[in-house]
Design a binder for this molecule. Structure first.
Ligand code: ZN
Length: 60
């Protein structure tokens, strides 16, 4: 995914910064404990498409 894109996108729930997890192709919001999928390089920033992170996943 384009890193310039990563700089301009924000969590749709809290407007916070998202962390891109390349291995999982997910964008993570640590505030909301949500992981948004990245499909074919396109971030799907929809709350109803996100999955809730398990407690151990939200640790740094
Ligand atoms: Zn958020």
């Amino acid at each position: 995914m384009d890193h310039r894109l990563l700089e301009i996108i924000a969590c749709p729930v809290c407007n916070g910064k998202l962390n891109y997890i390349q291995d999982k192709q997910e964008l993570i919001c640590k505030i909301d404990n949500l992981a948004f999928p990245v499909r074919d390089g396109i971030p799907v920033l929809l709350e109803n498409e996100a999955r809730v992170l398990a407690a151990e996943e939200s640790r740094p």
